[in-house]
Design a protein around this ligand. Sequence first.
Ligand SMILES: [Zn+2]
Ligand SMILES: [Zn+2]
Length: 239
Amino acid sequence: MTAAPTCCPGPCNNAWRLAEAQLATDGTEHDIPVTWGQPVHCPRCTSRTHAQLAELPELIVAIGLEALHGTAPKTTGTIGRAAVASWPGQASRLLTDHIVGGLLELEDDIRELRHLRHRPSRGTEARNAAGAVTFLGAHLDWALAQHPAAHEIHDRLSANPAAQIHGWHRTAQRFTRRDSRLEHHRIPCPRCELLTLYRADGDDYIECRNINCQLLLTPGEYHEHTRRLADQTRMARAA
Ligand SMILES: [Zn+2]
Ligand SMILES: [Zn+2]
């Protein structure tokens, strides 16, 4: 079965989707190229998802260590807003449950979709998490192309396996403060207009850290946005 290529639903197309939406509302033309999927996700989003999945077991251990040695930061992603930690280690426990629970749910989901046998019992939580990551790694290329949610545009609520893995990875990184080497780009975000654009060390993208926006820009798109803002400022001054 060969399907027509689709636009990658990943963050690589965020700027393109934004520009397309603007084109549809007020006819603003743009020259932002679309990134095609092969066949659904593009190679870059696929390899990033593999890398993020592979890093999860070590991040889960680091989250556990936070409970013993660290003070959890106030913002811990989706679960952080639900409750203020009321006993030491609670935030770390909740986040571990959230990520390991999510991994196992995704594994069960794929086992059912692919008519595989039920998940074996593996004993400890750490073994469960490691087993789920191994399983998901082996089925990830299928999941990014064939899972019923594989076409869903990545956002916080998406069931797209790639978006879920990205969400767990990012929340874990924030909780363990591995994303502290952030470069702040002091230019308003093109979507939400807040000064919340950051680039993490070694990241492909400049990301809006406003939780309701989460726009991602490639360096090229960021420079284009900066140039446009500079032009607007010049025109405003000249007027
Ligand atoms: Zn992509
Ligand atoms: Zn934004």
